[in-house]
Design a protein around this ligand. Structure first.
Ligand SMILES: [Fe+2]
Length: 138
């Protein structure tokens, strides 16, 4: 999963946080692929969860401050992502309880990766376009 300029919304704070999210998600994908120790994978999921919460609330604040009409749609989609992370977290702790070998579902993992690309491409870009069109009509 690579960051490209096609994913840039034009809002610098949001774009740099998206880049960081990409980096962290990539770390998680690698950790899961390499069957790294539970602690490391759980730690990465926890960081991703904390960071996503901070990012979403800043992004939503940005949208609220600019009276963005698509805020509700954004909020719902952000909630979906946090729910997926919660599922990943649960899978991680279940594996620990069973004491089995650590093998997180590749599907769940893929869902998290697909979500971010899809979310940025559709919803966040829409917000970037909203800001741009408002600026040009001023
Ligand atoms: Fe967003």
């Amino acid at each position: 999963m690579e960051w490209t300029d096609k994913l840039a919304t034009g809002i610098s704070t949001i774009d740099s946080q998206h880049k960081e999210l990409f980096k962290r998600i990539n770390n998680l994908v690698i950790a899961i692929k390499q069957h790294r120790c539970k602690e490391e994978i759980e730690g990465t999921i926890k960081f991703l969860d904390d960071y996503a919460r901070i990012h979403f609330s800043e992004e939503e604040k940005h949208m609220r401050d600019s009276s963005y009409t698509g805020l509700e749609e954004q909020h719902e989609d952000h909630k979906k992502y946090l729910a997926m992370l919660a599922e990943l977290k649960e899978q991680a702790s279940l594996t620990r309880m069973l004491g089995g070998s650590y093998d997180l579902s590749a599907t769940t993992n893929q869902v998290v990766v697909d979500w971010i690309v899809d979310h940025i491409m559709k919803l966040d870009m829409k917000y970037g376009a909203f800001l741009k069109s408002r600026k040009s009509s001023e």
